[in-house]
Ligand binder design. Structure first.
Ligand code: FES
Length: 385
């Protein structure tokens, strides 16, 4: 697997861990190197919980969906249980689920028609032992079912733990639940999911952009006109980091408040439970999840999805839902434009030293890299997430 100092110098590591107020970013190779990308996945992401989908994505038995960026898929079995499986047939590895599916009765490999129950059990291996002879002493179906990945569910959100050794999911999400203790998660009502977007940038560049407010007055000058930089502040409580804004007159307790969906003009919490559970809480009663996943094969590519909920149990009108869709698509387009340009810059020697971070507006990014360095230096899998 290697070790962190195979990729980063002691100076690089000291740059993000020093406590002298000078905050540095990690060097450009962490956004572009294939070998570092594999190391980061093995040493960190395989050992923790990753947010990979929603129960509302696969609401009925027989619904299935690939996990973006990973050769894995989600499926709901005949009894309603959610599973995560490796997306490869146990015969010769053909992909099983290429896109979102509904109402499947079984999982059938298109190559030689091996057929699996929705719970992963291998059921049929056509003509495996000769024409018309499906069963064989050479193949024990009970040992060739689909390979499952540890799966956990918190409210609507589905998580996976690839090495199966992480502490319980409830421990993982507890810091986020505490930061949003004013939210009644039991009352969540889903009202919108934005289609998956492919982002031409490393997933950490997406995390950086999503958690810091420094860019808001420039990149989202119109779409977030009601959220002036002067009202923002940092949330820096590893492993929950990000930013927040309190807009005068916009309250979480005044549920009668209405939103002006011409721009983001409300109080908000933009919080990430590292590594990738990002929840935005908009006053008075809307919560948005942002799922940012790396592409396992390509450090320069990542995937993003978002879903919206009310937290008061109320339903929104079609007009309000369309307002959210239109506004957020504009915000995401603005973000994708800058994230792809930051990836372009990561190819330059000018960012071999990473760059400097604002102590006022980007301490959350510094915390993210300290968290990353700690995880990548940790030789005791599963003890810290
Ligand atoms: Fe799936 Fe042959 S690869 S049945």
């Amino acid at each position: 697997m290697g070790k962190l100092t195979d990729f980063l110098s002691e100076t690089d590591i000291a740059g993000v861990t020093q406590a002298n107020g000078r905050l540095r970013r990690l060097p450009g190779l962490v956004f572009r190197s294939d070998s570092y990308h594999r190391f980061e996945q093995t040493a960190w992401l395989d050992r923790t919980w990753l947010f990979v989908g929603r129960c509302s994505d696969i609401p009925n038995p027989g619904d299935a969906k690939p996990i973006p960026g990973f050769p894995l898929f989600l499926v709901r079995d005949a009894l309603g249980e959610v599973h995560i499986f490796h997306n490869a047939c146990r015969h010769r590895g053909h992909r099983l689920v290429k896109g979102k599916c509904e109402g499947l009765r079984s999982l059938i490999c298109p190559y030689h028609r091996w057929t699996y129950a929705l719970n992963g059990q291998l059921k049929i291996t056509p003509h495996f032992a000769g024409h018309g002879v499906h069963a064989s002493d050479a193949l024990d179906p009970s040992k060739h079912g689909l390979i499952a990945v540890r799966c956990g569910i918190w409210h609507d959100w589905i998580f996976m733990n690839l090495d199966g050794q992480a502490p319980p999911l409830e421990d993982f999400v507890a810091p986020m639940a505490r930061k949003l203790d004013f939210v009644d998660f039991a009352a969540l009502r889903h009202f919108l999911t934005m289609e998956q977007r492919e982002i031409p940038a490393n997933w950490k560049i997406c995390l950086e952009n999503t958690m810091e407010p420094y860019h808001v007055p420039y990149v989202h000058k119109v779409t977030a006109a009601g959220q002036p930089l002067s009202q923002h502040y940092m949330v820096d409580e590893d492993p929950v980091i990000g930013s927040a804004i309190d807009v005068p007159g916009s309250s979480y307790t005044n549920r009668a408040g209405t939103l002006n969906l011409s721009n983001l003009d409300m109080s908000a919490r933009y919080l990430c439970r590292l590594p990738n559970l990002f929840l935005t809480s908009y006053a008075p009663d809307v919560i948005v999840d942002t799922m940012i996943l790396p592409d396992m094969r390509d450090p320069r590519r990542s995937w993003m999805e978002q879903a919206w909920y009310t937290t008061s149990g109320r339903s929104l009108s079609a007009e309000e839902i369309e307002g959210w869709r239109t506004l957020e698509e504009a915000v995401i387009d603005e973000d994708i434009a800058v994230m792809s340009e930051v990836q372009h810059g990561a190819e330059s020697r000018a960012v071999d030293d990473g760059g400097v971070l604002s102590p006022a507006w980007e301490s959350c990014i510094s915390s993210m890299y300290r968290h990353l360095v700690a995880r990548l230096s940790d030789e005791r899998p599963g003890e810290a997430i």
